[in-house]
Design a protein around this ligand. Sequence first.
Ligand code: EPU
Length: 348
Amino acid sequence: MEILKEYSLKAHNTFGIDAKARAYVAVSSVEELREVLEANRHQQILVLGGGSNMLLTRDIEALVVHMDIKGKEIVREDEDTVWVRAMAGENWHDFVLWTLEHDFGGLENLSLIPGNTGTAPIQNIGAYGVELKDTFVGCEALDRNTLELVPFSKEECRFGYRDSVFKSVKKDAYIITAVTFELTKKNHRIATGYGAIESELRSRGIHDPGIKDVSQAVIAIRNRKLPDPKVLGNSGSFFKNPVLDKKEFQTFIENHGEAPHYKVDNGSFKVPAGWLIEQCGFKGKRFGDAGVHEKQALVLVNHGNASGQDILALAQKVMAAVERKFNIAISPEVNLIGQFPTGKVWNP
Ligand code: EPU
């Protein structure tokens, strides 16, 4: 393990922000992770996974520990289902493709989501009507204080919309090292109800889709709507879709009857932030190298050399415009590293 000084993180964040880490180290086993944490107990540490859900707003005055622990295995199996355990450093989409090659069902709707397997539970990744929690059975995480490995059940993770215990009450207390999923070996639960999946399959002449067909449809839809981070830096959805309570929603929909909306559990409604942002005229707009994606206004993009501060300034502009026009506060989905949305410096 080599600790690198003044190391550029440009290749390690999908926004492609050229921020430097004071020090950087990649770990490829739980033992190495423990060793690094033990040896740097009094240092500030930033744990880095796939770098796909963060905005580096400045140089990082911390030791950046890159989780590069690889491996996947079948840990339990019966006639109908299989439990697969993937280590944190596995690339999410490669892992999904591996499950599909083995004809294991359950993750196909989550194809092509950027990032690593170990960070996927933190925000309970979701797309096209499926969330990670639907197949998740448990994970292991290293307690950053005691350096012990702790098992977490699904209940203990308290998953919500883009949320879990690792993002709320236990934020920064644990580092997820491995995740286990229960997948189907037969009678796959094909979920094509969301959005464009059905029409995509129809246009391909597929009427009785298998899990690989669903995956390919999702990949095609995502490729059409979402920018490829290798070509155009971005972090997927920059904002969360706001959830309005019954009363707020009533006021909103009286004035904006044409707005798309989805009912959520307790009588509340989710309104797509992408729609709100588009209505404010931001879709496809560019301010220097920071921009709003031309096909999905929920995604902010780096056209080349935008700094974290440039993207942050654009995000703030967008949030203020939505608040002004709709009286709705939207908030970032990505982690703002180096800064809280309020402007408070990140320095725990
Ligand atoms: N819409 C607009 N303008 C836009 C974008 C969207 O009017 O610029 C409208 C669409 O027409 C549609 C509605 O908003 O009626 C919803 O759009 P879409 O189906 O694209 O989904 P989303 O709510 O914008 C969420 C996730 C995405 C995920 C898609 C598909 C969040 C924050 N985002 O986006 O996740 O891929 O659903 O399931 O929940 C990600 O997290 O990085 C991500 C891309």
